[in-house]
Write a protein that binds this ligand. Structure first.
Ligand code: PTT
Ligand code: SF4
Length: 615
């Protein structure tokens, strides 16, 4: 194993042995590290290798994986990130999320590249990893508490600098889009990774590390990292970023008609000024962020209940304009409740909007009106505690809820592959629609936020260049940053040169990657994840890579782009370009030659049992 990686996975079988769990260290091959880097890449490789195919995601056999990468926790910009992954209970396919947390740094200091939890603890428990040693502790006094209370109690016991991630009642109750939370305002695992943790009776993971793994050239790494931190600090956009962070996106989204409004019917919202970055500045009381970051972007405001709430663009757009709520202090309350209960704000904003639309169309008995803050607040508790039939229905996500309602509800259930769409309307953004449709976890923007490039070019075009751009971004964002595992925002938002990263990797590991090598790593990860989906779904079809019907059928009615909608035929041409560039056939199945080229020969026998592979 090259330096920089520890080469070690802590494998925990919950519900086994006299202590309620059995733990062992698995040393994984150096080849995996070179070929998949870490984070998402390592998680996908572990799932392919060790997950029993087609298992129920909420059964004990699912694997909950925490994975860091070769750059996590090192003295390079914004390196305090971790990937949390599992087979998703929301989508039935590969699921992961990225969370900024001290736990990532402590994991590095525990000389662990991944922690895998299998099985189910006999009773609510906390996994404690102290100086590399594992133990399971009872969580009877914590089960049922919200994430803030849980973390507060754990910090009292384990100290201010302990790495802690936990779930709230949503994870305990296995809401399909429950997430894992850390440090009161960090959330990861949109596709229900918190529900998987809950299904394992695991309330929290506490990590206390000891020493860093050996690095190839720590002195040079520190020097270069220091220079990069300085570049971030001196960048042109730094001051405004420190004022508004991702909240600056509200005004941009409104100007470009992509602000999700009334369940993605519209791309502009009359009340946008009441929820934008300047409004946030008026309410701001604090600023915080992930470890090892000098551009901290967690903007904390005082909400309508006088509590702190940490805001980001996605949270505000989905719990603001998308449900017709034009009051930031109230949006902040909904956001705070989501963080405390441990549920994803994007999916939540989508199911609430879905309920409002279903009510408007007379498809449900309950009255849910756009912008009705009190009703939405009540609904969140109904969902998390599954205490009403509507709450239980919405706890399943919009895809299942729309199947249940029938009629044309699936046309306006805003998801891809079961994961609710994040906060960019695509009536007039075909490349972004493609990015959502081909994201490896379902409709998330993290893999290819192509929309800022797209609106600055010919946004109505369906060109091969657009498919190429989506792949380029998927490579860098979804393939590499998710596997370095560091934050991508220094590059995305403040233009930190990407050229730093192969050098960081070299000083950390001693492995020299060219950009071609790195792109190949990214393509390998994407194609392996596609193979995983095919294995779990028992096949593939193009409609699984297609965005919701609303964007094709119902034009925008308001704003400068009124009348705009996506073109189904042209979208399919774009999808063909995408498949061709990826080396997948026109069903979206990787070709045999592509699998071989990427060193994924090992998936061929399994896939051949399911589909006929083209050469
Ligand atoms: C991420 C998704 C996002 S992306 C947001 S706001 W964004 C929402 N945040 C939520 C939240 O908060 N609470 C909650 N209960 N649910 C939430 N759901 C939504 O989750 C986040 C930042 C942000 S803020 C972004 S863009 C960047 N995302 C990164 C990424 O994905 N990878 C990476 N290597 N670096 C990234 N940097 C930025 O991190 P998911 P975080 Mg997140 C409160 O989790 O599942 O990936 O979905 O991690 O630590 O909160 O940082 O405008
Ligand atoms: Fe975390 Fe924001 Fe810093 Fe990224 S830029 S590491 S999301 S605080």
């Amino acid at each position: 194993m090259p330096k920089g990686w520890s080469g070690r996975i802590l494998w925990v079988d919950l519900g086994k042995g006299s202590e309620g769990a059995e733990a062992k260290i698995i040393e994984y091959p150096g080849e995996w590290a070179r070929q998949f880097l870490g984070g998402r890449g390592l998680a996908a490789r572990i799932l392919w290798e060790y997950l029993e195919p087609r298992i129920d995601p909420l059964s004990p056999g699912n694997l909950l994986i925490l994975a860091i990468g070769p750059l996590t926790g090192l003295p390079v910009p914004s390196s305090g990130k971790m990937v949390v992954a599992a087979k998703s209970p929301l989508t039935g396919g590969y699921g992961d999320g990225n969370i900024g947390t001290l736990a990532s740094v402590e994991m590095k200091k525990s000389r662990l590249d991944a922690i895998v939890f299998r099985g189910r603890a006999p009773k609510p428990s906390i996994a404690v990893i102290e100086k590399g040693k594992f133990r399971l502790e009872p969580a009877d006094d914590l089960w049922g508490l919200d994430t803030w209370e849980t973390e507060k109690k754990l910090r009292e016991k384990y100290g201010r600098y302990a790495g802690i991630v936990e779930i709230g009642p949503a994870g305990e109750n296995q809401v399909k889009y429950a997430t894992i939370i850390s440090q009161e305002g960090r959330s990861g695992g949109r596709p229900g990774i918190g529900a998987v943790m809950g299904s394992k009776n695991l309330k929290a993971v506490v990590i206390l590390g000891e020493e860093m793994p050996e690095l190839h050239d720590p002195k040079e790494l520190r020097k270069l990292g220091g220079k990069a931190y300085l570049d971030v600090r001196k960048s042109k956009g730094y001051d405004f970023w420190m004022r508004q962070g991702t909240m600056m996106t509200i005004d941009w989204a409104q100007e470009n008609s992509v602000l999700p409004t009334f369940n993605f019917r519209e791309g502009v919202f009359d009340g946008y000024k009441e929820i934008d970055g300047y409004k946030m500045e008026e309410l701001k009381v604090n600023q915080r962020g992930c470890p090892n970051c000098n551009m901290i972007c967690g903007n904390v405001v005082k909400d309508a209940e006088s509590d702190p709430s940490e805001l980001d663009y996605e949270n505000v757009a989905m719990l603001g304009s998308n449900i017709g709520l034009a009051d930031l202090s109230k949006v902040s309350v909904l956001n705070k409740i989501a963080d405390k209960l441990g549920v994803d704000t994007i999916s939540l904003g989508s199911v609430l909007a879905f309920a409002a639309e279903a009510s408007e169309k007379g498809l449900i008995d309950e009255k849910v009106e756009w912008g009705d803050y009190e009703k939405f607040k009540e609904l969140i508790y109904d969902i998390v505690y599954k205490r009403t039939s509507l709450g239980s229905l919405l706890a399943e996500g919009v895809a299942r809820a729309s199947e249940n309602l029938g009629g044309d509800a699936k046309d306006w259930a805003m998801h891809v592959k079961g994961l609710e769409i994040s906060a960019y309307d695509c009536h007039a953004a075909p490349a972004m629609a493609l990015a959502y449709a081909t994201s490896p976890i379902g409709a998330h923007h993290k893999d290819a936020w192509v929309i800022s490039w797209e609106v600055a070019t010919d946004r109505f075009a369906y060109t091969k260049e657009k498919a190429m751009k989506v792949i380029e971004l998927q490579r860098i964002r979804g393939g590499l940053f998710e596997s370095f595992a560091t934050c991508r925002l220094p590059w995305v938002e403040l233009g930190l040169s990407l050229e730093y990263y192969p050098q960081f990797l070299y000083y950390a590991t001693g492995v020299k990657y060219t950009w071609d090598d790195l792109y190949e790593v990214a393509d390998r990860i994407y194609t392996l994840i596609r193979a995983f989906w095919i294995r779990e779904k028992g096949g593939w079809s193009r409609d699984m890579d297609t965005p919701p019907a609303r964007w094709f059928k119902e034009p925008l009615r308001k704003g400068p782009l009124a009348g705009a909608k996506l073109d189904y035929e042209k979208y399919n041409v774009l999808l063909d370009y995408y498949y061709e560039l990826r080396g997948w056939d026109n069903r979206g199945v990787p070709r045999k030659s592509t699998l071989r080229k990427l060193g994924l020969d090992f998936v061929i026998p399994e896939l051949e049992k399911i589909v006929k592979l083209e050469d």
